[in-house]
Design a protein around this ligand. Sequence first.
Ligand code: NOJ
Length: 524
Amino acid sequence: MSLKDSQWWRDAVIYQVYPRSYADANGDGVGDIAGIRARLGHLRDLGVDAIWMSPWYPSPMADAGYDVADFRDIDPAFGTLTEAEALIEEAHAAGIRMIVDIVPNHISSEHPWFKAALASPDAPERDYFWFRPGRGDTGEQMPTDWRGEFGGTTWTRTPDGSWYLHLFTPEQPDLNWDHPDVRAEFESILRFWFDRGVDGIRIDSAALLLKDPALPEVLEDSPHPFHDLDGVHEVYRAWRRVSDSYGEDRALIGEVWMPEVERFANYLRPDELHAAFNFDFLGCAWDPRLMRDCVDRTLHAHAAVGAPATWVLSNHDVTRHVTRYGREDTTFSFDNNLDGTPVDLELGTRRARAAALLSLSLPGATYIYQGEELGLWENENIPPEEFQDPMWGRRGHSRDGCRVPMPWTGDEAPFGFTTATPWLPQPAEWKDRTAQAQTGDPNSMLELYRSAIALRRTESLAEFSWLDLDPSVLAFCRGRNFGCVVNMSGAPIALPAHQSVLLTSGPLDGDRLPPDTAVWLRLS
Ligand code: NOJ
Protein backbone atom coordinates (compact mmCIF):
# COMPACT_ATOMS: atom_id res chain seq x y z
CA MET A 1 0.00 0.00 0.00
CA SER A 2 1.45 3.35 -0.88
CA LEU A 3 1.61 6.23 1.53
CA LYS A 4 -0.66 8.05 -0.87
CA ASP A 5 -3.52 5.73 -0.17
CA SER A 6 -5.76 7.93 1.90
CA GLN A 7 -7.91 5.24 3.47
CA TRP A 8 -4.96 3.04 4.38
CA TRP A 9 -6.50 2.34 7.79
CA ARG A 10 -9.23 0.22 6.16
CA ASP A 11 -6.99 -2.75 5.45
CA ALA A 12 -3.64 -1.98 7.05
CA VAL A 13 -1.40 -4.35 9.00
CA ILE A 14 -0.68 -2.42 12.17
CA TYR A 15 2.10 -3.45 14.54
CA GLN A 16 1.92 -2.50 18.20
CA VAL A 17 5.27 -1.44 19.60
CA TYR A 18 5.45 -1.62 23.38
CA PRO A 19 8.42 0.70 23.81
CA ARG A 20 9.64 -0.66 27.16
CA SER A 21 10.12 -4.07 25.62
CA TYR A 22 11.08 -3.63 21.97
CA ALA A 23 14.82 -2.85 22.09
CA ASP A 24 17.09 -1.11 24.57
CA ALA A 25 19.88 0.99 23.08
CA ASN A 26 21.11 2.87 26.15
CA GLY A 27 21.76 -0.19 28.28
CA ASP A 28 19.41 0.38 31.20
CA GLY A 29 17.30 -2.73 30.71
CA VAL A 30 14.29 -0.77 29.42
CA GLY A 31 13.52 -0.35 25.73
CA ASP A 32 13.78 3.09 24.15
CA ILE A 33 13.31 5.09 20.96
CA ALA A 34 16.93 4.66 19.93
CA GLY A 35 16.37 0.89 20.16
CA ILE A 36 13.25 1.13 18.00
CA ARG A 37 15.11 3.19 15.40
CA ALA A 38 17.95 0.68 15.36
CA ARG A 39 15.50 -2.15 14.77
CA LEU A 40 13.09 -0.46 12.40
CA GLY A 41 14.41 -2.80 9.73
CA HIS A 42 12.61 -5.68 11.44
CA LEU A 43 9.29 -3.95 10.85
CA ARG A 44 10.17 -3.00 7.29
CA ASP A 45 11.12 -6.61 6.53
CA LEU A 46 7.97 -7.84 8.20
CA GLY A 47 6.04 -5.60 5.82
CA VAL A 48 3.76 -3.80 8.25
CA ASP A 49 1.91 -0.65 7.18
CA ALA A 50 1.90 1.17 10.49
CA ILE A 51 3.23 1.22 14.02
CA TRP A 52 0.99 1.87 17.00
CA MET A 53 3.26 3.16 19.74
CA SER A 54 2.09 2.49 23.30
CA PRO A 55 2.55 5.59 25.50
CA TRP A 56 6.01 7.08 25.46
CA TYR A 57 5.26 10.31 27.36
CA PRO A 58 6.76 11.48 30.66
CA SER A 59 5.17 9.31 33.31
CA PRO A 60 5.80 8.07 36.84
CA MET A 61 4.98 4.64 35.32
CA ALA A 62 2.35 3.73 37.89
CA ASP A 63 0.60 1.96 35.00
CA ALA A 64 3.47 1.43 32.56
CA GLY A 65 3.01 4.85 30.96
CA TYR A 66 -0.81 4.89 30.85
CA ASP A 67 -0.45 7.51 33.57
CA VAL A 68 0.69 10.48 31.51
CA ALA A 69 2.24 13.55 33.13
CA ASP A 70 2.84 15.49 29.90
CA PHE A 71 1.34 14.61 26.52
CA ARG A 72 3.70 16.87 24.61
CA ASP A 73 7.02 15.29 25.51
CA ILE A 74 8.81 11.95 25.79
CA ASP A 75 9.81 10.17 28.98
CA PRO A 76 13.59 10.36 29.47
CA ALA A 77 13.64 6.57 29.88
CA PHE A 78 12.55 6.38 26.22
CA GLY A 79 14.46 9.36 24.80
CA THR A 80 13.58 12.84 23.65
CA LEU A 81 10.98 14.57 21.51
CA THR A 82 13.65 15.12 18.88
CA GLU A 83 14.27 11.38 18.74
CA ALA A 84 10.53 10.74 18.49
CA GLU A 85 10.34 13.13 15.54
CA ALA A 86 13.29 11.40 13.92
CA LEU A 87 11.57 8.03 14.36
CA ILE A 88 8.38 9.34 12.74
CA GLU A 89 10.43 10.57 9.81
CA GLU A 90 12.43 7.34 9.48
CA ALA A 91 9.29 5.22 9.71
CA HIS A 92 7.69 7.28 6.95
CA ALA A 93 10.81 6.90 4.82
CA ALA A 94 10.47 3.13 5.29
CA GLY A 95 6.82 3.32 4.17
CA ILE A 96 5.50 2.81 7.70
CA ARG A 97 2.90 5.09 9.26
CA MET A 98 2.87 6.11 12.90
CA ILE A 99 0.02 5.96 15.40
CA VAL A 100 0.45 7.40 18.90
CA ASP A 101 -1.51 6.41 21.98
CA ILE A 102 -3.59 9.09 23.72
CA VAL A 103 -5.09 8.46 27.16
CA PRO A 104 -8.03 10.85 27.65
CA ASN A 105 -9.90 9.22 30.54
CA HIS A 106 -7.28 10.02 33.16
CA ILE A 107 -3.88 11.60 33.63
CA SER A 108 -1.06 11.04 36.04
CA SER A 109 -1.38 12.34 39.59
CA GLU A 110 1.96 14.02 38.79
CA HIS A 111 0.43 16.04 35.93
CA PRO A 112 0.54 19.79 36.72
CA TRP A 113 -3.26 19.99 36.61
CA PHE A 114 -3.69 17.44 39.35
CA LYS A 115 -0.89 18.86 41.44
CA ALA A 116 -2.58 22.27 41.27
CA ALA A 117 -5.94 20.70 42.10
CA LEU A 118 -4.51 19.02 45.18
CA ALA A 119 -2.68 22.12 46.34
CA SER A 120 -5.87 24.04 47.13
CA PRO A 121 -9.59 23.22 47.31
CA ASP A 122 -10.19 26.54 45.55
CA ALA A 123 -7.90 25.86 42.61
CA PRO A 124 -9.80 26.11 39.30
CA GLU A 125 -8.06 22.86 38.27
CA ARG A 126 -10.25 21.01 40.80
CA ASP A 127 -13.04 21.18 38.27
CA TYR A 128 -10.94 19.28 35.73
CA PHE A 129 -11.39 16.20 37.94
CA TRP A 130 -14.08 14.50 40.00
CA PHE A 131 -13.59 15.85 43.51
CA ARG A 132 -16.57 15.09 45.75
CA PRO A 133 -17.38 15.10 49.45
CA GLY A 134 -17.73 11.68 51.06
CA ARG A 135 -20.86 10.11 52.46
CA GLY A 136 -21.48 9.52 56.15
CA ASP A 137 -21.51 11.94 59.07
CA THR A 138 -17.94 13.06 58.59
CA GLY A 139 -17.62 12.32 54.90
CA GLU A 140 -15.58 9.25 55.77
CA GLN A 141 -17.27 7.00 53.21
CA MET A 142 -16.52 7.04 49.51
CA PRO A 143 -19.00 8.96 47.33
CA THR A 144 -19.96 5.73 45.50
CA ASP A 145 -19.28 2.01 45.71
CA TRP A 146 -18.13 1.79 42.08
CA ARG A 147 -15.60 -0.95 41.41
CA GLY A 148 -12.46 -0.01 39.48
CA GLU A 149 -11.45 -1.34 36.10
CA PHE A 150 -8.53 -3.16 37.76
CA GLY A 151 -10.76 -4.24 40.66
CA GLY A 152 -10.81 -2.44 43.99
CA THR A 153 -12.36 0.89 44.92
CA THR A 154 -12.40 4.04 42.79
CA TRP A 155 -12.03 6.95 45.22
CA THR A 156 -9.09 8.28 47.20
CA ARG A 157 -9.39 10.80 50.02
CA THR A 158 -7.21 13.90 49.98
CA PRO A 159 -5.77 15.60 53.09
CA ASP A 160 -8.52 18.25 52.95
CA GLY A 161 -11.12 15.52 53.36
CA SER A 162 -12.63 15.37 49.88
CA TRP A 163 -12.41 12.38 47.58
CA TYR A 164 -11.33 12.11 43.93
CA LEU A 165 -12.39 9.54 41.37
CA HIS A 166 -10.03 7.13 39.61
CA LEU A 167 -11.45 4.25 37.60
CA PHE A 168 -7.93 2.76 37.48
CA THR A 169 -5.21 3.36 40.10
CA PRO A 170 -5.13 6.31 42.54
CA GLU A 171 -2.20 7.60 40.45
CA GLN A 172 -4.60 7.96 37.48
CA PRO A 173 -7.25 10.55 38.48
CA ASP A 174 -10.19 10.67 36.04
CA LEU A 175 -10.69 13.84 34.07
CA ASN A 176 -13.99 15.68 33.99
CA TRP A 177 -15.02 15.66 30.34
CA ASP A 178 -17.92 17.98 31.05
CA HIS A 179 -15.36 20.77 31.41
CA PRO A 180 -14.63 22.70 28.19
CA ASP A 181 -10.96 23.18 29.12
CA VAL A 182 -10.46 19.41 29.22
CA ARG A 183 -11.97 19.07 25.76
CA ALA A 184 -9.93 21.95 24.38
CA GLU A 185 -6.72 20.59 25.87
CA PHE A 186 -7.09 17.19 24.22
CA GLU A 187 -7.98 18.66 20.85
CA SER A 188 -4.82 20.68 21.15
CA ILE A 189 -2.84 17.51 22.04
CA LEU A 190 -4.20 15.79 18.93
CA ARG A 191 -3.04 18.74 16.84
CA PHE A 192 0.37 18.64 18.52
CA TRP A 193 0.93 15.09 17.27
CA PHE A 194 -0.75 15.51 13.89
CA ASP A 195 1.50 18.54 13.37
CA ARG A 196 4.44 16.21 13.97
CA GLY A 197 3.26 14.02 11.13
CA VAL A 198 1.60 11.16 12.95
CA ASP A 199 -0.96 9.28 10.91
CA GLY A 200 -3.25 8.12 13.65
CA ILE A 201 -4.28 8.18 17.27
CA ARG A 202 -5.09 5.15 19.39
CA ILE A 203 -7.60 6.18 22.05
CA ASP A 204 -7.28 4.52 25.43
CA SER A 205 -10.39 3.45 27.38
CA ALA A 206 -12.46 5.31 24.83
CA ALA A 207 -15.89 4.43 26.26
CA LEU A 208 -15.24 5.60 29.82
CA LEU A 209 -14.77 9.36 29.47
CA LEU A 210 -18.15 10.63 30.63
CA LYS A 211 -19.68 10.05 34.04
CA ASP A 212 -23.20 10.60 35.27
CA PRO A 213 -22.72 13.65 37.53
CA ALA A 214 -25.46 12.39 39.87
CA LEU A 215 -23.07 9.52 40.68
CA PRO A 216 -25.67 6.74 40.94
CA GLU A 217 -24.56 3.25 41.90
CA VAL A 218 -24.08 0.61 39.22
CA LEU A 219 -27.41 -1.23 39.09
CA GLU A 220 -28.39 -3.97 36.73
CA ASP A 221 -31.44 -2.40 35.15
CA SER A 222 -30.27 1.21 35.14
CA PRO A 223 -28.03 3.05 32.71
CA HIS A 224 -24.37 2.59 33.63
CA PRO A 225 -22.94 5.65 35.40
CA PHE A 226 -19.61 5.68 33.54
CA HIS A 227 -19.55 3.14 30.77
CA ASP A 228 -20.57 4.19 27.27
CA LEU A 229 -22.61 7.28 28.15
CA ASP A 230 -24.26 8.78 25.09
CA GLY A 231 -22.46 12.10 25.44
CA VAL A 232 -19.10 10.50 24.70
CA HIS A 233 -19.94 10.50 21.00
CA GLU A 234 -19.89 14.28 20.93
CA VAL A 235 -16.26 14.14 22.08
CA TYR A 236 -15.31 11.88 19.18
CA ARG A 237 -17.25 13.95 16.67
CA ALA A 238 -15.13 16.89 17.73
CA TRP A 239 -11.96 14.78 17.45
CA ARG A 240 -13.03 13.65 14.00
CA ARG A 241 -13.33 17.27 12.92
CA VAL A 242 -9.75 17.78 14.10
CA SER A 243 -8.42 14.70 12.31
CA ASP A 244 -10.38 15.47 9.12
CA SER A 245 -8.85 18.93 9.07
CA TYR A 246 -5.52 17.13 8.46
CA GLY A 247 -7.00 14.85 5.79
CA GLU A 248 -8.84 11.56 5.64
CA ASP A 249 -5.53 9.72 5.87
CA ARG A 250 -5.39 10.47 9.62
CA ALA A 251 -7.10 7.79 11.64
CA LEU A 252 -8.71 7.59 15.07
CA ILE A 253 -8.69 4.09 16.52
CA GLY A 254 -10.64 3.40 19.67
CA GLU A 255 -10.08 1.00 22.50
CA VAL A 256 -13.72 0.19 23.11
CA TRP A 257 -14.50 -2.87 25.25
CA MET A 258 -18.19 -3.41 24.69
CA PRO A 259 -20.19 -6.63 24.69
CA GLU A 260 -23.09 -5.19 22.64
CA VAL A 261 -21.97 -4.88 19.02
CA GLU A 262 -24.56 -2.24 18.15
CA ARG A 263 -23.34 0.04 20.92
CA PHE A 264 -19.77 -0.70 19.81
CA ALA A 265 -20.58 0.23 16.22
CA ASN A 266 -21.94 3.59 17.34
CA TYR A 267 -18.33 4.68 17.87
CA LEU A 268 -17.63 3.94 14.20
CA ARG A 269 -20.31 6.06 12.62
CA PRO A 270 -19.00 8.10 9.68
CA ASP A 271 -18.40 11.23 11.73
CA GLU A 272 -16.72 9.46 14.69
CA LEU A 273 -13.79 7.02 14.93
CA HIS A 274 -12.29 5.32 11.89
CA ALA A 275 -11.77 1.96 13.58
CA ALA A 276 -11.84 0.16 16.92
CA PHE A 277 -10.19 -2.98 18.26
CA ASN A 278 -12.13 -6.21 17.90
CA PHE A 279 -12.02 -7.68 21.41
CA ASP A 280 -14.88 -10.00 20.58
CA PHE A 281 -12.52 -11.81 18.20
CA LEU A 282 -9.62 -11.66 20.65
CA GLY A 283 -11.66 -13.28 23.41
CA CYS A 284 -13.34 -15.89 21.20
CA ALA A 285 -12.66 -19.58 21.82
CA TRP A 286 -10.79 -21.67 19.25
CA ASP A 287 -14.05 -23.15 18.07
CA PRO A 288 -15.34 -23.08 14.48
CA ARG A 289 -18.95 -22.24 15.28
CA LEU A 290 -18.14 -19.54 17.79
CA MET A 291 -15.47 -18.08 15.50
CA ARG A 292 -17.79 -18.08 12.54
CA ASP A 293 -20.48 -16.34 14.57
CA CYS A 294 -17.92 -13.81 15.73
CA VAL A 295 -16.77 -13.06 12.18
CA ASP A 296 -20.39 -12.70 11.03
CA ARG A 297 -21.26 -10.47 13.97
CA THR A 298 -18.20 -8.33 13.33
CA LEU A 299 -18.74 -7.91 9.60
CA HIS A 300 -22.43 -7.20 10.02
CA ALA A 301 -21.93 -4.56 12.72
CA HIS A 302 -19.19 -2.77 10.77
CA ALA A 303 -21.04 -2.90 7.45
CA ALA A 304 -23.98 -1.16 9.10
CA VAL A 305 -21.84 1.93 9.72
CA GLY A 306 -19.46 1.60 6.76
CA ALA A 307 -16.40 1.07 8.98
CA PRO A 308 -13.63 -1.47 8.43
CA ALA A 309 -13.46 -4.47 10.76
CA THR A 310 -10.29 -5.11 12.74
CA TRP A 311 -8.73 -8.44 13.74
CA VAL A 312 -6.76 -8.54 16.96
CA LEU A 313 -5.27 -11.62 18.61
CA SER A 314 -3.10 -10.10 21.33
CA ASN A 315 -1.98 -6.87 22.94
CA HIS A 316 -0.12 -5.66 26.03
CA ASP A 317 -3.12 -6.27 28.30
CA VAL A 318 -4.06 -9.85 27.51
CA THR A 319 -2.51 -13.31 27.78
CA ARG A 320 -0.51 -14.04 24.62
CA HIS A 321 -2.50 -16.20 22.23
CA VAL A 322 0.10 -18.96 21.87
CA THR A 323 -0.60 -19.62 25.54
CA ARG A 324 -4.37 -19.08 25.31
CA TYR A 325 -4.79 -21.42 22.40
CA GLY A 326 -2.73 -24.09 24.16
CA ARG A 327 -5.13 -24.28 27.09
CA GLU A 328 -8.28 -26.31 27.43
CA ASP A 329 -10.30 -23.11 27.83
CA THR A 330 -9.16 -21.00 24.87
CA THR A 331 -11.24 -17.91 25.65
CA PHE A 332 -9.95 -14.67 27.12
CA SER A 333 -11.70 -12.50 29.66
CA PHE A 334 -10.38 -10.48 32.59
CA ASP A 335 -13.11 -12.08 34.70
CA ASN A 336 -11.92 -15.61 34.01
CA ASN A 337 -8.42 -15.95 35.37
CA LEU A 338 -6.76 -18.99 33.78
CA ASP A 339 -3.23 -18.25 34.99
CA GLY A 340 -1.30 -21.38 35.78
CA THR A 341 -3.76 -23.78 34.13
CA PRO A 342 -2.02 -26.40 31.93
CA VAL A 343 -0.73 -25.15 28.58
CA ASP A 344 0.35 -27.20 25.57
CA LEU A 345 2.67 -24.70 23.85
CA GLU A 346 3.08 -26.88 20.77
CA LEU A 347 -0.66 -26.94 20.22
CA GLY A 348 -0.92 -23.23 21.04
CA THR A 349 1.80 -22.45 18.50
CA ARG A 350 0.15 -24.56 15.82
CA ARG A 351 -3.14 -22.75 16.36
CA ALA A 352 -1.43 -19.34 16.54
CA ARG A 353 0.10 -20.04 13.12
CA ALA A 354 -3.33 -20.89 11.74
CA ALA A 355 -4.82 -17.82 13.45
CA ALA A 356 -2.22 -15.65 11.72
CA LEU A 357 -3.47 -16.76 8.30
CA LEU A 358 -7.05 -16.28 9.45
CA SER A 359 -6.58 -12.78 10.86
CA LEU A 360 -4.50 -11.68 7.86
CA SER A 361 -7.09 -12.70 5.31
CA LEU A 362 -10.39 -11.57 6.83
CA PRO A 363 -11.72 -8.27 5.47
CA GLY A 364 -10.39 -5.24 7.34
CA ALA A 365 -7.26 -4.23 9.23
CA THR A 366 -5.08 -6.66 11.19
CA TYR A 367 -3.19 -5.82 14.37
CA ILE A 368 -0.01 -7.58 15.40
CA TYR A 369 1.27 -7.25 18.95
CA GLN A 370 5.07 -7.05 19.17
CA GLY A 371 6.47 -10.56 19.54
CA GLU A 372 3.49 -12.40 18.13
CA GLU A 373 5.40 -12.63 14.84
CA LEU A 374 8.08 -14.51 16.79
CA GLY A 375 5.54 -16.87 18.34
CA LEU A 376 6.24 -15.64 21.87
CA TRP A 377 4.17 -17.12 24.63
CA GLU A 378 3.10 -15.64 27.95
CA ASN A 379 5.90 -15.82 30.50
CA GLU A 380 4.01 -17.41 33.37
CA ASN A 381 7.17 -17.90 35.41
CA ILE A 382 7.90 -14.33 36.46
CA PRO A 383 8.44 -14.31 40.23
CA PRO A 384 5.56 -12.25 41.71
CA GLU A 385 8.03 -9.97 43.49
CA GLU A 386 9.20 -8.82 40.04
CA PHE A 387 5.70 -7.91 38.86
CA GLN A 388 5.30 -4.25 38.00
CA ASP A 389 1.71 -4.25 36.78
CA PRO A 390 -0.69 -2.47 39.17
CA MET A 391 -3.40 -4.94 38.14
CA TRP A 392 -1.55 -7.68 40.06
CA GLY A 393 -2.40 -6.42 43.56
CA ARG A 394 -6.00 -5.73 42.62
CA ARG A 395 -7.11 -8.63 40.46
CA GLY A 396 -4.59 -11.35 41.21
CA HIS A 397 -3.56 -11.32 37.55
CA SER A 398 -0.49 -9.58 36.17
CA ARG A 399 -0.21 -8.38 32.58
CA ASP A 400 3.58 -8.49 32.81
CA GLY A 401 3.71 -11.99 31.31
CA CYS A 402 2.81 -10.59 27.89
CA ARG A 403 5.11 -7.56 28.22
CA VAL A 404 8.44 -9.38 28.42
CA PRO A 405 11.25 -7.89 26.28
CA MET A 406 11.78 -9.13 22.73
CA PRO A 407 14.40 -11.79 21.98
CA TRP A 408 16.49 -10.63 19.02
CA THR A 409 19.75 -12.57 18.83
CA GLY A 410 21.96 -15.11 20.57
CA ASP A 411 21.43 -18.21 22.68
CA GLU A 412 20.72 -16.77 26.06
CA ALA A 413 18.92 -13.94 27.79
CA PRO A 414 18.86 -10.99 27.29
CA PHE A 415 18.92 -12.13 23.62
CA GLY A 416 20.25 -8.85 22.27
CA PHE A 417 17.43 -6.84 23.83
CA THR A 418 19.80 -5.00 26.17
CA THR A 419 23.31 -5.15 27.58
CA ALA A 420 21.88 -4.90 31.10
CA THR A 421 19.31 -7.01 32.93
CA PRO A 422 15.95 -6.73 31.12
CA TRP A 423 13.20 -5.10 33.17
CA LEU A 424 11.31 -8.41 33.09
CA PRO A 425 12.92 -11.86 32.75
CA GLN A 426 12.84 -13.67 29.40
CA PRO A 427 12.35 -17.47 29.28
CA ALA A 428 15.57 -19.35 28.39
CA GLU A 429 13.54 -21.34 25.81
CA TRP A 430 13.20 -18.19 23.71
CA LYS A 431 16.61 -18.99 22.24
CA ASP A 432 14.68 -20.68 19.42
CA ARG A 433 12.34 -17.73 19.08
CA THR A 434 14.82 -14.94 18.43
CA ALA A 435 14.38 -12.97 15.23
CA GLN A 436 17.88 -14.13 14.25
CA ALA A 437 17.15 -17.84 14.79
CA GLN A 438 13.92 -17.63 12.78
CA THR A 439 15.15 -15.56 9.87
CA GLY A 440 15.55 -17.76 6.82
CA ASP A 441 13.89 -20.78 8.45
CA PRO A 442 10.88 -21.45 6.22
CA ASN A 443 9.10 -23.23 9.07
CA SER A 444 9.42 -20.37 11.53
CA MET A 445 6.62 -18.14 12.77
CA LEU A 446 8.54 -15.09 11.60
CA GLU A 447 8.84 -16.33 8.01
CA LEU A 448 5.16 -17.31 8.06
CA TYR A 449 4.20 -13.75 9.03
CA ARG A 450 6.56 -12.27 6.45
CA SER A 451 5.20 -14.47 3.66
CA ALA A 452 1.58 -13.91 4.66
CA ILE A 453 1.93 -10.13 4.85
CA ALA A 454 3.76 -10.05 1.50
CA LEU A 455 1.09 -12.22 -0.15
CA ARG A 456 -1.71 -10.15 1.36
CA ARG A 457 -0.28 -7.16 -0.45
CA THR A 458 -0.26 -8.81 -3.85
CA GLU A 459 -3.57 -10.66 -3.61
CA SER A 460 -6.66 -8.66 -4.37
CA LEU A 461 -8.60 -9.55 -1.27
CA ALA A 462 -12.03 -8.53 -2.46
CA GLU A 463 -15.60 -9.49 -1.51
CA PHE A 464 -15.90 -11.96 1.39
CA SER A 465 -18.12 -15.06 1.32
CA TRP A 466 -18.20 -18.28 3.31
CA LEU A 467 -17.38 -21.56 1.61
CA ASP A 468 -19.67 -24.30 2.75
CA LEU A 469 -17.41 -27.03 4.03
CA ASP A 470 -17.72 -29.14 7.15
CA PRO A 471 -19.07 -27.02 10.08
CA SER A 472 -15.93 -27.78 12.06
CA VAL A 473 -13.95 -25.90 9.43
CA LEU A 474 -13.78 -22.17 8.88
CA ALA A 475 -13.53 -21.57 5.15
CA PHE A 476 -14.06 -18.47 3.09
CA CYS A 477 -13.39 -16.95 -0.24
CA ARG A 478 -12.15 -13.44 -1.02
CA GLY A 479 -12.95 -12.22 -4.49
CA ARG A 480 -13.14 -14.82 -7.22
CA ASN A 481 -10.47 -17.27 -6.27
CA PHE A 482 -8.63 -16.58 -3.03
CA GLY A 483 -9.55 -19.11 -0.36
CA CYS A 484 -8.68 -19.49 3.31
CA VAL A 485 -9.46 -22.72 5.13
CA VAL A 486 -8.85 -23.19 8.86
CA ASN A 487 -9.31 -26.67 10.24
CA MET A 488 -10.61 -26.37 13.79
CA SER A 489 -11.82 -29.98 13.91
CA GLY A 490 -9.78 -32.70 15.57
CA ALA A 491 -9.18 -34.60 12.32
CA PRO A 492 -7.68 -34.01 8.88
CA ILE A 493 -10.08 -32.74 6.23
CA ALA A 494 -10.08 -32.78 2.44
CA LEU A 495 -9.17 -29.48 0.80
CA PRO A 496 -11.75 -27.88 -1.47
CA ALA A 497 -11.02 -27.91 -5.21
CA HIS A 498 -8.11 -25.56 -5.94
CA GLN A 499 -5.51 -24.68 -8.52
CA SER A 500 -2.65 -24.21 -6.10
CA VAL A 501 -1.64 -23.86 -2.49
CA LEU A 502 -0.42 -20.31 -1.77
CA LEU A 503 0.66 -20.72 1.85
CA THR A 504 0.10 -23.13 4.72
CA SER A 505 0.51 -22.66 8.44
CA GLY A 506 1.85 -26.22 8.74
CA PRO A 507 2.62 -29.25 6.59
CA LEU A 508 -0.27 -30.73 4.63
CA ASP A 509 -1.06 -34.40 4.89
CA GLY A 510 -1.12 -35.25 1.20
CA ASP A 511 -4.18 -33.44 -0.07
CA ARG A 512 -5.62 -33.12 3.40
CA LEU A 513 -5.45 -30.29 5.88
CA PRO A 514 -4.38 -31.48 9.36
CA PRO A 515 -6.16 -30.24 12.50
CA ASP A 516 -5.35 -26.75 13.79
CA THR A 517 -3.81 -25.83 10.45
CA ALA A 518 -4.78 -23.16 7.94
CA VAL A 519 -4.14 -22.82 4.24
CA TRP A 520 -4.44 -20.08 1.65
CA LEU A 521 -5.51 -21.43 -1.73
CA ARG A 522 -5.93 -20.28 -5.29
CA LEU A 523 -9.37 -21.76 -5.80
CA SER A 524 -10.43 -23.30 -9.10
C1 NOJ B 1 -6.09 0.32 28.56
C2 NOJ B 1 -4.63 0.10 28.34
O1 NOJ B 1 -4.44 -0.72 27.22
C3 NOJ B 1 -4.10 -0.50 29.62
O2 NOJ B 1 -2.79 -0.97 29.49
C4 NOJ B 1 -4.22 0.53 30.71
O3 NOJ B 1 -3.82 -0.05 31.95
C5 NOJ B 1 -5.65 1.04 30.84
N1 NOJ B 1 -6.29 1.30 29.59
C6 NOJ B 1 -5.68 2.31 31.65
O4 NOJ B 1 -5.10 3.35 30.90
